[in-house]
Each structure stands twice: as structure tokens, then as C-alpha cells.
Design a protein. Structure first.
Length: 283
């Protein structure tokens, strides 16, 4: 497929009130697109839309509610005449904990938002996107293919996002439409700061791996890479770029790293510590 011109197109970005979603909507708007920013927080969403400027629509909705997402797409179509690009960005992160100690309702909520919320967003947008030869953009993660130690629901959901995006790209090709999966490292958003810096589980994870692994990029950098990917109709977007090599060799690297972690005394200690943290919190 050739280059995709955003000027004159219409985009819907979920999780658009802040972070990667906001910066993506802002950049697409700067390239001439009309944008709808969708988020749970109605006030924050309206403020984000006002900052972006004209040709911007604010929608307060829950991505896990299929009826609300259908209504959101209908509102975008009514306001702008159609929908070309949907960016399924909304997501949450769990508190770092082992699978057996994480409350089941928390585990399931992460999957509900990060996987089923993506699916419900895509489902609502697909008729418009396919008809208008547009694009579906799914926000995956390094957790889509790395070991999700103490973040199992997040990893499960992001692996599912990748597994959804790949067949979608093939299925949309006969209609001149496409799908992209984005794989971001640690982006300096409130969600990452909360998970890594303020929660004990995140601090324990940072003790296990080299500091370079946790180097963060700004939301603006992630959004710039994503918008370039949209303009190129790229099947995959990585930021930082070097993670594409880890993904390319995942079939060789993952078994090695999994096996190493199974035997690593520091990992064992971190797991025991995380479980002790949960036991203390419950007492």
C-alpha cells in the first residue's frame, strides 16, 4: 500500500484525554485530520479537545461498553461525515503482583479494558473503516511478546491485541483498508509512573533487569512514531525503534530468557517478596 494522507481524514482516538492518545490526536489534527477524542473522564476529554482546536470532538464513553462505542462512532459520523482511522489506545495497568495473589476482579478488569475494550472499539469502527479504505490502529506493547512477570493480565491482554491486529490486516486488505499494531516500551505517562515508581511491585521489577530496559520515552515520541506508521500504513510500529529486533528474534530469545528467569534467585526472591507484600496488605 502507498502513503496515507491524513489531511481531510477523520480519526477517533480512545484514551485521548492524555498521554499517548492525546499526543496522537494532536499530531493527526496538525496534519489536517478531524479528530474525536474519547475517554472516561468527560471534563478532561473536553479540555483536551479544546486544546487541540477546531475540527475536534470530545466524547465521554467507556470502551468496555459496546453500546457506548457504537454510539460514539455514530456521533463521529454525524459530526464529520464518516470515520477513516480508529486508534484503540485506551488501557489500564494492574498493580504488580503474582497471578495467584492478584484479586481476580482486578485481573479480569485489565483484560476487559485492554483486550475486550480494544475489540469493542474496533468492532464499532470496522464498517466505516473498511468502507472508506481506512485504518485500524491497535496499541500493543513490549508485553505483547515479552515475559509478563507480575503483570500477567496486562501481558495476556496485549498478546491478544497483537493476535487481533495481525489477521485484521489480512482481512481488511481486500477492501483497501489496513491494520497496524504498535509496540511501545516504557512511555512516561501517569500509568507507567504509577506502576513503576509508586507501587512496590513495579519497584521490585526494576531491581531485576538492567536500567536500560526501563528507559522511558516521552508520549510525544510514541505518538510521532505512531502517526508516521499510520501515514506509511505500516503493519508494525516500534518505539524505541530497537525493540523491533527483540521482536524479530523473539522465537529464539524468549525461551532463553524464560528459562533463565525460572532459575534466577533474584527473580525467586522478587516473587516471594511480591506475595509477602500482598499478604501484608490483606492483614
Amino acid at each position: 500500500m502507498g502513503a496515507y494522507e491524513l489531511g481531510g481524514k477523520v480519526a477517533l482516538v480512545t484514551g485521548g484525554a492524555r498521554g499517548i492518545g492525546y499526543e496522537t490526536a494532536r499530531l493527526m489534527h496538525a496534519r489536517g485530520a478531524s479528530v474525536a477524542v474519547l475517554d472516561l473522564d468527560g471534563q478532561a476529554t473536553r479540555e483536551a479537545a479544546e486544546r487541540i482546536g477546531e475540527r475536534t470532538l470530545a466524547i465521554a464513553a467507556d470502551v468496555t461498553d459496546q453500546g457506548a462505542m457504537q454510539a460514539a462512532v455514530a456521533e463521529v459520523v454525524e459530526r464529520f461525515g464518516g470515520l477513516d482511522v480508529v486508534v484503540a489506545n485506551a488501557g489500564i495497568a494492574p498493580e504488580g503482583a503474582t497471578t495467584r495473589t492478584m484479586p481476580p476482579e482486578e485481573w479480569e478488569r485489565v483484560v476487559e479494558v485492554n483486550l475486550l475494550g480494544v475489540w469493542r472499539t474496533v468492532r464499532a469502527a470496522l464498517p466505516q473503516v473498511s468502507e472508506r479504505r481506512g485504518q485500524v490502529v491497535l496499541i500493543g506493547s513490549l508485553a505483547s511478546f515479552l515475559n509478563g512477570l507480575m503483570l500477567s493480565p496486562y501481558a495476556a491482554a496485549k498478546a491478544g491485541v497483537e493476535a487481533l491486529g495481525r489477521p485484521l490486516r489480512v482481512e481488511l486488505a481486500p477492501f483497501g483498508a489496513s491494520a497496524t499494531v504498535a509496540y511501545f516500551g516504557w512511555v512516561d505517562t501517569e500509568m507507567v509512573r504509577d506502576g513503576l515508581d509508586r507501587q512496590q511491585g513495579g519497584k521490585r521489577m526494576q531491581e531485576l533487569l538492567p536500567k536500560a530496559f526501563f528507559k522511558r520515552i516521552k508520549p510525544e515520541e510514541a505518538a510521532a512514531a505512531l502517526v508516521r506508521g499510520i501515514e506509511e500504513r505500516a503493519p508494525r510500529v516500534f518505539a524505541p525503534k530497537w525493540w523491533r529486533y527483540a521482536s524479530a528474534f523473539r522465537g529464539l530469545l524468549n525461551p532463553v530468557f524464560d528459562r533463565r528467569m525460572e532459575r534466577d534467585a533474584k527473580v525467586h526472591a522478587a516473587v516471594r517478596g511480591a506475595e509477602a507484600d500482598k499478604a501484608t496488605a490483606r492483614s
